[in-house]
Design a binder for this molecule. Structure first.
Ligand code: ME8
Length: 513
């Protein structure tokens, strides 16, 4: 039976336009999804939008539009962004869909039937912007004496009847789970942070609201709508057909990984596992958090006017260079800064020079000096065998990096081989062999062809379009592009199409760059 792999992105709020931060998590999840497909797994990749809550209701009112029409529009824009970034999602869940409402209500009923939900009244400091209650000691006092949430969001004192989830009852079970599953939360810094948060003690969680209507009604008490996080987290199950445990897609549960930003790790690593334990449902294997992007050193915000739409970057630099940059810049999990200078630098040095030129030099010599015909695999010299051995280790190296979500380290492994190819080509100098030893020249070009094929194959998840083109130029057929296919050498004699440049150097339109 084919192994399954289920990966999710957060479902994004529809109260604002999609930006580079959203694109980042989605691209990272896409790399995982594509990687596991190429490695022969049966993948389900889920993304979508989170459409309930007071913030959305208010944003629609501010825009003077019917709330559902408003969410339709923004959700469509998130989907268009995912398509523009070449995100290969298998399903796009929206929390206003009937399949989701039904699943969220069933999950609620299950948790309630197991005795983990009770009715009480809530009083406390509520930050609308964060959709979150804070305790008195979490608040921060501003110089002018006003109290705000630790995130800086304004808070108001709220009292309303509310259903509560017995989160406090899950403290020990959660800690035991973290302890016995050391890879459940990543990266390590987040695991420590969450563990210490839970150790400080968990209070029961208010999970319903009566102060607004734009939400999923609580089963049997329609005056209440579900707290948006109870509703939203359920999406990972609703897309599978929950509560029908026999639904074919339920076989993908438990998810292999929920990829999230570090801002929402608490909801995924504390609340979600507790809801699942309360419902008697298995927990996901991992919650992996990505770091935070700033823009030219500044926090991205509407008020600063520096919110970056990834589609603008793509229009200027090309899709794959942007995908590459996002994952290349800083070890995955850490914070990064998006600035033009480093983007252009990565593009010109690593893509145009290191990889683009390598492919161009190799393919144009095969075209020019060998009539475009791929030579047979030669008897290998030590230098040849060394390079090919390094290239053949790539799938295993990538498997190991992907299993710990080390997407940037994965690229670094590939670039070691790219650099090794460049040293090899300089050392072997096939252009001088052309006159002195044409047979050896053919051997060198064939070795390079094989190494570049391995590189292009493992880079497909990161840069699907350009690596697809490169594989076509290498005359690698569609059914020869999986990791497994790398074990079989291509037969000599194939005619390669005319080589074309892969990654043009970025030249600034103005001389000021
Ligand atoms: O939190 N850097 O939705 P959201 C990196 N609806 N990643 C960023 C980022 C940045 N500057 N800005 C946003 C929600 N992100 C909830 C999720 S899930 C059941 C419900 C990414 O629209 C990052 O993944 O605020 C973050 O967690 C997510 O967008 C937040 O998206």
């Amino acid at each position: 039976m084919t192994a399954r792999y289920y990966v999710t992105t957060p479902i994004y709020y529809v109260n604002g336009a999609p930006h580079i931060g959203h694109a980042y998590t989605s691209v990272a999840a896409d790399v995982l999804a594509r990687f596991h497909r190429l490695d022969g797994r049966d993948v389900l990749f889920l993304t979508g939008t989170d459409e309930h809550g007071q913030k959305v209701e208010q944003a629609a009112q501010a825009a003077g539009v019917d709330t559902q029409a408003f969410t339709d529009r923004i959700s469509g824009d998130f989907r268009a962004m995912a398509d523009a970034m070449n995100i290969s999602y298998d399903d796009y869940i929206r929390t206003t869909e009937p399949r989701h409402k039904q699943a969220a209500q069933s999950l609620w009923e299950k948790v309630a039937a197991n005795g983990h939900i009770y009715l009480d009244a809530y009083e406390g400091w509520y930050a609308l912007r964060d959709e979150c209650f804070y305790s008195e000691d979490e608040l921060v006092t501003r110089p002018d004496g006003t109290k705000v949430a630790p995130t800086g969001a304004p808070v108001e004192w709220l009292r309303e009847p509310s259903y509560f989830f017995r989160l406090s009852a899950f403290q020990d079970r959660l800690l035991e789970y973290y302890e016995s599953h050391p890879h459940f939360i990543g990266p390590e810094a987040r695991r420590r942070e969450i563990t210490s948060f839970v150790k400080q003690g968990l209070r029961d969680l208010s999970v319903s609201r009566t102060s607004f209507k734009w939400g999923i009604p609580v089963p049997n008490d329609p005056d209440h709508v579900m707290y948006v996080w109870f509703d939203a987290l359920a999406n990972y199950l609703s897309a599978l057909g929950y509560p029908d445990m026999a639904a074919p897609k339920m076989a993908y549960w438990p998810a292999n990984v929920h990829l999230v930003g570090k801002d929402i790790i608490r909801f995924h690593a504390v609340y979600w596992p507790a809801f699942l334990m309360a419902a008697g449902i298995e927990l996901p294997h991992a919650i992996m958090s990505n770091g935070w992007w700033t823009i030219e050193g500044e926090k991205m915000s509407k008020s600063l006017g520096n919110v970056v739409d990834p589609r603008d970057l793509v229009a200027e630099f090309g899709l794959d260079p942007v995908r590459f940059f996002l994952l290349r810049e800083v070890p995955f999990g850490g914070d990064s800064d998006l600035n033009r200078r480093s983007l252009i630098n990565r593009l010109n040095v690593e893509l145009a020079n290191d990889l683009g030129n390598l492919a161009q030099r190799t393919l144009s010599q095969i075209a020019r000096n060998l009539g475009g015909v791929l030579p047979e695999r030669p008897i290998l010299t030590e230098d040849d065998a060394g390079l090919l051995a390094q290239a053949s280790l790539l799938p295993d190296l990538l498997r190991s990096q992907m299993s710990r979500f080390a997407l940037t380290d994965g690229l670094e492994e590939v670039w070691k081989v790219v650099r090794a190819c460049n040293s090899y080509i300089d050392r072997q100098a096939p252009w001088t062999l052309r006159k002195t030893d044409p047979e050896r020249m053919a051997a060198v070009l064939r070795v390079l062809h094989d190494a570049i094929r391995a590189i292009a194959t493992v880079l497909q998840p990161y840069m699907p379009d350009s690596m697809g083109k490169l594989l076509t130029q290498l005359s690698v057929n569609d059914d020869e592009r999986s990791f497994l296919a790398l074990d079989t050498a291509l037969p000599g004699g194939r005619v390669l199409p005319a080589p074309q440049g892969l990654f043009p150097r970025y030249v600034a339109p103005e001389s000021s760059e």
